[in-house]
Write a protein that binds this ligand. Structure first.
Ligand SMILES: CSC[C@H]1O[C@@H](n2cnc3c(O)ncnc32)[C@H](O)[C@@H]1O
Ligand SMILES: [Zn+2]
Length: 436
């Protein structure tokens, strides 16, 4: 058998339905897809590879999926810390965005975020931000995979003047990326408190017609739910259900406030929850009941949120925090075990984005979106269980090789598609401008 690339790793965590862990196996890749997974001794006999990569001491995993971020907000990292959500948004972030966000801000901020995510083993992200056509272009140029939000808010910004214009621009973006190998789109109405009924209803209809996901902040804080109940006598979840948004296409982000009936409804409709544990902790937004959601059969993915509320785009760290917080919140040390945290960061993220037949696990026919981490570091030794070291101990500097669709985007820890010094220098220019 002929392959373009043969990767031989000491351990492979497949994240397949059986969570198979393979030792001393190889993966053969052709046309950007996984063509064979077999013992290395057999691969040497049967596969003629154009290139072979040897990874002793490494664990190979599916590329991580960051299921909620605002990539360009990397340029606002550390601008306003230690504040609750609404003060942070209304008094700091939205005024700063109003003054500075344009296409060049989004281009430079996205490049910084893409570089950070690729170096941390994230191969796909789900974005919600202004000028999404710029986010899409920068991401595709870097060879990264993303689902780009067709954003909708009620208020005018430098990107669009009305909900009609946001939706029209979203439809144009959908058309432009219809057959792109790396870029997909999703509807991304910002939140129930910033988008009124009519555009939300249109989003529900259009998501159905186009077959794309809906990505929305929902039940982020107790105040959000209480304010809605006081003003309209209805919880935001119930309102979205009434308007037709709760269903298998929904990726609902945060969900710190959930009643039993809402959890049951999420499970019954096949909707996904995107848990952002570090953003929720930093803004003191509340705690998503992850163990209860998983027990009910809800698909729970992981996101970082933007770098202005986290303050990093580190999904390895997010896995660890989710596993630890899941135990703390449920009072059970066996809640959110390491294997589950890894599923949340990979296949569950892929499912939330409607990409689970393409990415999220190492299985025959899937895209070769792969990450190799070197576990021969003092803090990941000795090694009893690779998944334990990966979730509870490994750091981003151990991400050494990253492939997306079989193309190497990180080689020996360095980017192959982005120029590190240029990206850093642009970020510093923005920092100086915004911080003046
Ligand atoms: C319409 S573009 C996205 C919009 O969302 C803002 N944002 C960033 N993080 C959060 C969050 O945790 N909750 C609500 N809104 C958030 C971002 O600043 C953009 O304005
Ligand atoms: Zn967010």
């Amino acid at each position: 058998m002929h392959a373009e690339l043969l990767i031989h790793a000491e351990w492979i965590l497949t994240v397949d339905p059986e969570n198979r862990q393979l030792t001393d196996h190889a993966i053969a890749i052709a046309d950007g897809r996984i063509q064979a997974i077999l013992p290395y001794a057999e691969a040497r006999r049967t596969i003629q590879a154009e290139q072979t990569v040897e990874l002793p001491g490494h664990v190979l995993i599916p590329g991580l999926v960051n299921a909620h971020t605002h990539a360009a907000m990397s340029l606002l990292r550390g601008l306003a810390d230690d504040l609750p959500l609404m003060t942070w948004l209304h008094e700091h972030i939205w005024p700063t965005e109003g003054r500075w966000v344009d296409a060049s801000f989004v281009a430079d901020g996205t490049r910084l975020a893409v570089l950070e995510m690729l170096r941390g083993g994230v191969t796909c992200y789900n974005d919600m931000y202004f000028h999404p056509e710029v986010t899409a272009q920068v991401t595709a140029e870097a060879g990264m995979r993303a689902v780009i939000g067709m954003i909708v808010v009620d208020f005018p910004t430098g990107y669009a003047a009305s909900s009609d214009e946001y939706i029209a621009k979203g439809l144009a973006l959908h058309e432009r990326y219809r057959d792109h190998p790396l870029i997909r789109v999703a509807w991304a109405p910002h939140a129930p408190y910033s988008v009124s009924d009519e555009p939300l209803q249109r989003v529900a209809t259009l998501a159905d017609e186009l077959g794309v996901p809906i990505h929305i902040h929902l039940h982020e804080t107790r105040d959000e739910v209480e304010n809605a109940v006081n003003a309209h006598g209805e919880r935001p979840f119930a309102r979205l259900d009434r308007l037709g948004l709760i269903g298998p296409s929904l990726a609902s982000v945060h969900m710190t406030q959930l009643e039993d009936a809402e959890i049951a409804r999420l499970a019954e409709t096949g909707a996904s929850v995107v848990h952002c544990p570090e953003s929720n902790l930093k803004l003191a937004s509340g705690f998503c009941p992850v163990a209860r959601l998983l027990e009910a059969g809800v698909n729970v993915a992981l996101g970082t949120d933007g770098a202005a509320s986290n303050n990093d785009l580190n999904l390895l760290g997010e896995m660890r925090t989710a596993a630890l917080l899941g135990k703390g919140v449920s009072g059970s040390a066996s809640a959110v075990p390491a294997t589950e945290a890894l599923r949340m960061a990979t296949i569950n993220g892929a499912r939330a984005l409607g990409l689970d037949s393409e990415i999220g696990s190492i299985e025959l026919g899937k895209s070769a979106d792969l990450v190799a981490l070197d576990l021969r570091d003092p803090h990941t030794q000795p090694l009893y269980h690779p998944v334990s070291q990966l979730v509870y101990a490994a750091g981003r500097h151990q991400v050494r090789q990253v492939w997306i669709q079989g193309q190497q985007v990180i080689r020996d820890g360095a980017p192959t598609t982005l120029h590190l010094a240029e990206v850093l220098s642009e970020a510093q220019v923005w920092g100086a401008r915004i911080g003046e």
